[in-house]
Design a protein around this ligand. Structure first.
Ligand code: FMN
Length: 212
């Protein structure tokens, strides 16, 4: 699979985890891919907590279920109906969680490139996640990004120090297949935008019809 094929095949996975647990060698390759990402000031500000303990996975899944209920209750009736069949995590089915964190203190107080734009640190962590996601696709491993959690709960669950931020919980595991259409599109929650709507030439052209 070349890089364009991996980009086209990559999917956020929730329903297609096979139930098997990823083998250590593959997991190591995925983490190596993540660790090879570009980072502001070459700080590599990420860490990865690999979680495979069944009791921890199930405690996290229960918490995510509560956050899902909170979100569902915040929706107007028509959106709540659309949301109902959408699965938002595969925590237990994937067998492995990777908690990805960001340490803003890595690199000391003079990080080259973060001087005027602080968020470049967190952005670097997102690049590590995308590297892992694409490498996983090539390996036949699914990844599902879960953001339905309260940071304090997850911090306590996997003992992340106060000074370190949590960026993501990734469900990582072998899949039966990669869906061709994102779930949010399949269930009419939201579709992708055409590329033409995202491209501007010379200046940013605000177009009201594309704003939402
Ligand atoms: C920052 C971020 C957070 C996300 N959080 C969740 C989540 O909590 N639950 C979920 O099911 N999908 C989550 N997703 C996946 C998106 O819904 C998914 O990427 C999008 O619908 C497009 O589908 P695709 O990744 O399969 O192309 C998240 C993705 C990103 C980048």
């Amino acid at each position: 699979m070349n890089v364009y094929e991996a980009i086209a095949t990559r999917r956020d996975v929730r329903n297609e985890f096979s139930g098997a647990v990823i083998d250590e060698e593959r997991l190591e390759r995925l983490l190596q891919a993540a660790h090879a990402a570009p980072s502001v000031g070459n700080t590599q500000p990420w860490d990865f907590v690999v979680v495979q303990d069944r009791a921890t996975l199930s405690r996290f899944a229960e918490h995510v279920g509560e956050c899902r209920t909170d979100f569902a209750q915040s929706l107007p009736a028509d959106r709540a109906d659309t949301f109902r069949p959408i699965v938002i995590e595969g925590i237990e089915q994937s067998g492995t969680g990777v908690v990805v964190t960001y340490d803003p203190n890595r690199g000391g107080s003079h990080v080259l490139g973060r001087h005027t734009i602080d968020e470049t640190g967190r952005l670097s962590v997102a690049l590590a996640i995308e590297n892992l996601w694409l490498a996983a696709t090539q390996e036949g491993i699914g990844v599902g990004w879960v953001s339905f959690y309260r940071e304090a709960f997850l911090r306590d669950l996997v003992r992340v120090p106060e000074a370190v931020h949590i960026v993501a919980w990734l469900c990582v595991g072998p899949v039966t297949e990669f869906a061709t259409v994102p779930d949010l599109e399949r269930f009419d929650w939201r579709s992708r935008r055409p590329l033409d709507d995202a491209i501007h030439r010379e200046t940013f052209t605000a177009r009201e019809e594309f704003a939402r």
